[in-house]
Write a protein that binds this ligand. Structure first.
Ligand code: GLC
Length: 664
């Protein structure tokens, strides 16, 4: 049951698609006041799930989280905000309920940080809607919530293939080399990503003709090999005379305004930019239409970036910093001056104060950005999604975004932002998955191998063994870091085998994804969601249930030749070096230590279940589900979804086949 409680005058976020019963009684569970505070006592054994992309564990207790979409390529355990703002939690223990705080500005969740047994939620202004959801269990509550917020985005099937990306591919030749090297090594590949270097001076919807003289031909050549090119689109529009997107935006008042009603100026990759006003429906439609510049060249996938929006600096703040700099010339900087100066420089990027300096035109009303900050990225992806429905209505386009709010899950996926080549970021990504699924984001995954810092060979191999289960499976790295295309490593063969395992699993993963999307369910779940009465399951932070058949248990520690695994019931352990070279063993409920070599993948099949595995091929378009065999418990069956992988309404073309296990 869902009840909606209204405080003050909430801004219409469009997070929800269904109407919930408005309740005029007192909000249950929480103590409230007039300043946007909601407090709740936590029982010692309560678990708090949710908050989507936020850092830390599956159980969110013990930290303070701030919903404020932030560009943070250097996030650690002590970070408060990441790229997405997903204000949905489930409290499970003495009481069981879900709560969605639909508020697009700054919202703080202090979950046992200030007081260990108290949760307090604070909205900067007391203008919000709170939805309280009660149900039988966590899965039921999530399902009701997901129905409220609408069906999750379904990408084309090719988006489940492996993708190679790097910030730093400079020209057409670099792209061709990646494709060639993967072919040479016989490693499957479905996409290569174009980072900002394909653009002319970082201007959206342009192509640098010197470096990419014929992108249309390149796109077509790649397609003949089953490879899709996926360009990046950034939020900021370069201020440059003669640049049509800039000039049209200025002429039609499509950019965000400052307090003097002039186009607001911030700086990102291209230097000074204006920010399209994605909360203005005309501007949204205009910007979305621009994607056709690339779809006309054969492009059918995009990643939307820097859409928190990231602001490297504003002119005023930069001028103050430079003034300070001048005043320090040839001075002996002492402790105070030193910290003031370095603080000013560090404070240029993403300064909270800058988000108070611009406005959106929402149906003729000027709204201060900071009051609706978390909706910006969502509306950028909405703009693209809605336009592409018109531009190429016959097919699904791949979309994923960096910034998001609940509701954005209807328009695209999200990648988990700029992580690092750290072991801890494998675990971090894994812990984000169920909470992202709760918030509707099913198409997601982390930069495999790590974005920032130099990866190591073993980290890459272990990361592949984790990411090969995530819907978005992309190897991406930052400029200046160690090259991490798989052919750079001495263990390339073992890595290639992991990619082939992914390809033999794609029909299964795609089926489970579709089942989850069409039934408003989660693809990845904490163990406790399925084994609610099992005490040990409630404490497991590093294993996840995937679909209805699997449990994944990645290794996320360097030099670990195995790991502890908890089985909430009897399960089948699978050790796999190649898609057709594996061993299985049935293990009883309980705690086990599972040795696992670096070139080995381990995962578990749940009792009396089986999964379909196909013969791997070099790209998704060649997958033949006629080759499917079942791996799992004798006598079990599996329902495989088969559609054309590209039409918009997958319901129209679903076929179900029940497969039976063969001997293993
Ligand atoms: C941002 C993105 C990253 C991209 C880089 C350059 O940091 O998050 O993925 O490579 O910008 O465009």
């Amino acid at each position: 049951m869902i009840k909606k409680y209204i405080f003050g005058n909430p801004f219409p976020t469009h997070a929800t698609v269904e109407n919930a019963e408005i309740c005029n009684h007192k909000l249950p569970y929480f103590k409230t006041d007039e300043n946007g505070n909601f407090t709740l006592n936590l029982d010692e054994n309560d678990i708090v799930y949710g908050l989507g992309e936020q850092i830390r564990g599956i159980n969110k207790r013990g930290w303070k989280y701030v919903s404020w979409c932030s560009d943070n390529p250097d996030h650690h355990e002590d970070t408060h905000s990441l790229y997405g703002a997903h204000n949905f939690i489930i409290v499970s223990g003495k009481e069981l309920f879900g709560a969605f705080f639909d508020y697009p500005g700054r919202l703080t969740f202090d979950i046992g940080y200030t007081k260990i047994n108290e949760m307090s939620v604070h909205a900067e202004r007391n203008n919000l809607a709170v939805y309280i959801i009660t149900g039988e269990n966590e899965k039921d509550i999530t399902k009701q919530f997901r129905r409220l917020i609408g069906r999750s985005y379904i990408p084309p099937m090719w988006a489940f293939g492996y993708g190679q990306s790097r910030w730093g591919y400079q020209n057409e030749q670099d792209i061709r080399i990646v494709a060639e090297k993967y072919k040479e090594r016989e490693i499957p590949l479905d996409s290569i990503y174009l980072d900002i270097d394909y653009m002319e001076r970082y201007k959206d919807f342009t192509v640098d003709k010197n470096r990419f003289p014929d992108l249309e031909k390149l796109t077509a050549d790649m397609k003949t090999q089953g490879i899709h090119l996926v360009p990046i689109i950034d939020a900021g529009i370069k201020i440059e005379e003669g640049y049509d997107v800039y000039e049209e935006g200025v002429k039609n008042n499509y950019f965000c305004k400052n307090e003097n009603m002039e186009d607001f100026v911030g700086a990102v990759w291209p230097g000074r930019v204006h920010f399209p006003d994605f909360l203005n429906s005309d501007a949204r439609e205009w910007f979305g239409g621009k994607y056709s510049a690339l779809t006309e060249l054969g492009i059918d996938g995009f990643w939307n970036d820097m859409n928190e929006p990231a602001i490297f600096y504003t002119d005023d703040r930069l001028a103050d910093t430079l003034k300070k700099n001048d005043s320090l010339t040839s001075k002996n900087m002492g402790i105070d001056e030193y910290f003031i100066f370095t603080g000013m420089v560090a404070g240029l990027n993403g300064n909270v104060g800058d988000y108070d300096k611009f406005y959106h035109n929402v149906d003729g009303q000027m709204i201060k950005h900071s009051e609706v900050h978390n909706l910006y990225g969502m509306n950028m992806t909405r703009s693209a999604f809605e336009a592409l429905q018109k531009i190429q209505p016959e097919k699904r386009t791949l979309f994923f975004s960096r910034a998001s709010y609940i509701g954005a899950h209807r328009y695209g996926g999200v990648w988990q932002g700029d992580n690092k080549s750290w072991w801890s970021h494998i675990l971090q990504s894994m812990q984000q998955l169920p909470a992202l699924n709760m918030a509707g984001f099913l198409f997601t995954g982390a930069d495999t191998g790590g974005f920032g810092c130099d990866t190591t060979e073993d980290l890459m191999l272990r990361w592949l063994q984790y990411s090969l289960f995530t819907p978005l499976f992309r190897n991406h790295a930052a400029a200046g870091t160690r090259e991490q295309e798989l052919y750079h490593f001495s263990t390339v063969e073992a890595m290639g085998e992991m990619i082939k395992i992914r390809y033999s699993l794609i029909p299964y993963l795609y089926s489970e994804f579709l089942k989850a999307a069409l039934n408003d369910e989660m693809l990845f779940r904490p163990l406790s969601f399925d084994f609610a009465n099992d005490e040990d399951s409630r404490n497991i932070e590093d294993q996840l249930l995937l679909g209805n058949e699997l449990m994944i248990t990645p290794i996320y520690k360097q030099n670990a030749n195995g790991r502890y695994v908890y089985l909430p019931e009897e399960m089948m352990l699978v050790r796999m070096k190649k898609h057709d070279d594996f061993k299985t063993e049935i293990l009883p409920k309980g705690h086990h230590y599972i040795p696992c070599k670096l070139n080995e993948l381990i995962f578990f099949i749940r009792k009396d279940k089986a999964i379909a595995m196909c013969t791997p091929v070099d790209c998704t378009e060649k997958i033949d589900i006629g080759t499917a065999k079942l791996l799992g418990y004798q006598g079990s069956t599996y329902t495989l979804y088969k559609d054309d992988g590209i039409s918009h309404d997958p319901k129209g073309s679903l076929e179900i086949s029940v497969l039976k296990t063969v001997d293993i």
